[in-house]
Design a protein around this ligand. Structure first.
Ligand code: PLP
Length: 379
């Protein structure tokens, strides 16, 4: 089935009423038909029919074997971290969402897991960092916020040659544009709060496991059952509703983003534009070989830090806010928001600075977005 169809219909099966939308099962517990029998649902933390419908849909969309719908993107990344043990070494892209770096550095490092940051756009450099204890390579592509592109196929092959896993945070593109599991990755994580939700009204996350990885799926299942990081049935239903328009939303966001990236390049106050859809982006060709769209995220640098802050204050239509992926356009100041707690050394290596703004392009008329940015840049 094609993505647009899967997004609308998901894994919906009609119940006896013929309901077109998935029912919301709020029941925390389920009656057993008799001793030793189950309907497949016993207790809400372990399984819930509304959440199960969403999980099956996400597994299909990512072409994975199994998916878990979770209470946030961080809950999904947290499950990945819990697959490692003391003495394990994990390689991470050096340009990553700040919350992932905080979780690794401030929580899991305490348990003896070693995290090392590397420029994963450079395969030779990444290969040189592999050790016998390397258990995984964790990447974002495009990365947050510098929009760097890493080669999913080659990194998967590299990880597998050393008995390690490749984990891809696919938040920036969604499975509509990129399916890392079909390129060799073992696991995909998402902040479902972003494009998958698309309306800035649900905090959610997903972990999707590649087909044939029942060994690790069993470990994740044990963690989910034991710890209860699942998504509530109400939020699962909202996510199912959001997924129905995923393709339409992200296509329009991508169209708007490309137009704005080209326009930003021509503005005298803008010194650099980072968007993989621009032919001059160093990862443009690689990105085209592994994704079907460029996404709705555009980062750019302005002449001075003062101008960056002034732009945030002058916006009329676009909101100065954290987060991304919704139908409303948002502008973020990564150095003070999403990446405020990043180690200084990493910030310096990636080129993220106080002149960088990150635009999450919505589905508004592009002319209105352009006009708002124009007046904010000109002052
Ligand atoms: C790329 C990326 N991954 C993960 C997360 C964490 O997701 P959540 O905020 O849903 O916990 C974010 C949040 O901004 C993100 O941008």
């Amino acid at each position: 089935m094609q993505d647009y169809t899967l997004e609308v219909h998901g894994c919906h099966s009609y119940d006896c009423t013929g309901a077109i939308t998935e029912p919301i099962y709020l029941s925390a517990t389920f009656r057993h038909p008799a001793f030793g029998q189950s309907t497949g649902y016993d207790y809400g933390r372990v399984a819930n029919p509304t959440r199960a419908a969403l999980e099956k849909t996400m597994a299909e969309l990512e072409r994975g074997g199994r998916a878990w719908a979770l209470s946030s993107g961080m809950a999904a990344i947290n499950l990945v971290m819990q697959l490692f043990s003391a003495g394990d070494h994990v390689l991470m892209s050096e340009d990553l969402y700040g919350g992932t770096v905080r979780l690794a550095g401030e929580i899991y490092s305490r348990y003896g897991i070693e995290f090392e940051y590397v420029d994963t756009t450079d395969l030779t450099l990444t290969a040189a960092k592999i050790r016998p204890s390397t258990r995984a390579i964790f990447i974002e592509t495009p990365s947050n916020p510098m929009m760097l592109i890493s080669d999913i196929r080659s990194l998967a092959a590299l990880a597998h040659d050393h008995g390690a896993l490749l984990v891809v945070d696919n938040t920036f593109l969604s499975p509509h544009f990129q399916k890392p599991l079909t390129l060799g990755a073992d696991m995909v994580v998402h902040s479902g709060t972003k494009y998958l939700c698309g309306h800035n009204d649900v905090i959610a996350g997903f972990l999707v496991m590649a087909k044939g990885r029942e060994d690790i799926a069993g470990q994740v299942e044990l963690l989910v059952k034991s710890e209860g990081p699942n998504l509530s049935p109400m939020d699962a239903w909202l996510m199912l509703r959001s997924l129905k328009t995923l393709g339409l939303r992200v296509e329009k966001q991508g169209e708007n983003a490309l137009a704005l990236a080209r326009w930003l390049q021509q503005q005298p106050q803008v010194t650099e534009v980072f968007y993989p859809g621009l032919p001059e982006h160093p990862g443009h060709e690689l990105h085209k070989s592994q994704a079907t769209g460029f996404g709705g995220m555009v980062s750019f640098k302005v002449q001075t830090p003062e101008l960056a802050k002034a732009v945030l204050g002058r916006l009329q239509l676009i909101a100065f806010a954290e987060s991304l992926g919704g139908v409303e356009s948002l502008l973020t100041y990564p150095i003070a928001q999403t990446h405020a707690e990043m180690p200084k050394e990493l910030i310096r290596r990636t080129g993220l600075d106080d002149r960088l703004l990150r635009l999450s392009v919505g589905i508004e008329a592009v002319e209105d977005l352009q006009e708002d940015l124009r007046q904010a840049l000109e002052g």
